[in-house]
Design a protein around this ligand. Structure first.
Ligand code: GLN
Length: 304
């Protein structure tokens, strides 16, 4: 039974739809492209071709894996982010489009000393020492290193496996040299009298989903992405609390703190930052869907 590519894709799309996969049409094509190692543009030219039985079998195998809820990116091993192709696996959060907004804002801060078109009140800096905390695949830090000549990036994560992935991505996408790595718990590796490493910017997309919400997540996320990258504790705020408690001690003068947040966390985050008395210019920013997504703040001058 030989089938044309177009027919195979229709079968694939229907199977994925029946299994409740959200982007069935796209995923059925991307699985084929992955199998044949071609782009979606090349695929269009192959629609009428007849596929050998052996390749049909391989395609249906991939289809069954995807149908069971394994994320597409765990099959293809990659996710595009900021125009760069990041390698991903089950040890790191798959980079989200929402997080591109955070990186774009950070690039504006670093390159233009402005935020959403508004000039910042802090002084522009020639070089930028950036810490990507909870780096996962390295999506944020490696993108900044790849896209901006004036940054030096440290990527840190509690997970050894995540650091390994981030290292691989830095080597491929940022030449490797501009990025260094630290394995450890949040700011612990940097704070303290003897370590005392300070940064111009700390940027982070920490785990922020409330534990009670985890069971309601899409099965791709809930069953296949690393829980340690998602679960922010009962309030969802566990990691922010620790980051905010230690951030001032790890920032240089007029240092910038940029955090990705959940859509319903802006007020709590602003309050946490206000309470410390150590930050100013505390600002919430929205993503492309106009939901709260980012908190920006700068280190206030020390009170005499
Ligand atoms: N935004 C991610 C999601 O929707 C969660 C990211 C995080 O917890 N840092 O799954």
């Amino acid at each position: 039974m030989s089938l044309a590519v177009k027919e195979i894709l229709n079968i694939g799309c229907r199977q994925l739809e029946e299994c409740g996969i959200a982007d069935a049409a796209i995923d059925s094509k991307l699985l084929y492209c992955h199998l044949m190692n071609i782009t979606t543009t090349q695929l269009i030219l192959e629609y009428q071709q007849i596929l050998s039985d052996a390749l049909c079998d391989e395609y249906f195998k991939l289809l069954d894996i995807r149908s069971s809820g394994v994320p597409l990116q765990h099959i293809t091993g990659v996710q595009e982010f900021m125009g760069l192709e990041f390698a991903v696996n089950e040890h790191v959060l798959i980079p989200r489009q929402d997080t591109e907004t955070l990186v774009e804002d950070a690039l504006d801060v670093i390159n233009k000393n402005e935020l959403r078109g508004e000039p910042l009140t802090i002084k522009a800096k020639k070089d930028y020492d950036v810490l990507d905390l909870c780096c996962g695949s390295g999506a944020i830090g490696v993108s900044l290193a790849a896209l901006c000549p004036k940054v030096k990036v440290t990527c840190s994560d509690l997970s050894k496996d995540a650091i390994a992935m981030a290292k691989q991505n830095a080597a491929k996408l940022a030449g490797g040299k501009k990025v260094s790595f630290e394995e450890g718990n949040l700011l612990m590796p940097f704070k303290g009298r003897f370590k005392n490493k300070k940064f111009d910017m700390i940027i982070s997309n920490p785990p922020y989903i409330k534990t009670s919400v985890i069971p309601t997540l899409q099965k791709e996320v809930r069953d296949h992405e690393p829980m340690m990258a998602l679960d922010g504790g009962a309030s969802g705020l566990d990691f922010y609390r620790q980051i905010i408690a230690d951030a001032a001690g790890c920032l240089k003068k007029e240092g910038v703190l940029m955090l990705e947040i959940g859509h319903d966390q802006r007020e709590e985050l602003c309050a946490l930052l206000e309470e410390t008395g150590q930050f100013e210019n505390i600002t919430g920013l929205q993503d492309l869907a106009n939901r709260d997504r980012i908190i920006f703040a700068t280190l206030a001058p020390k009170k005499k």
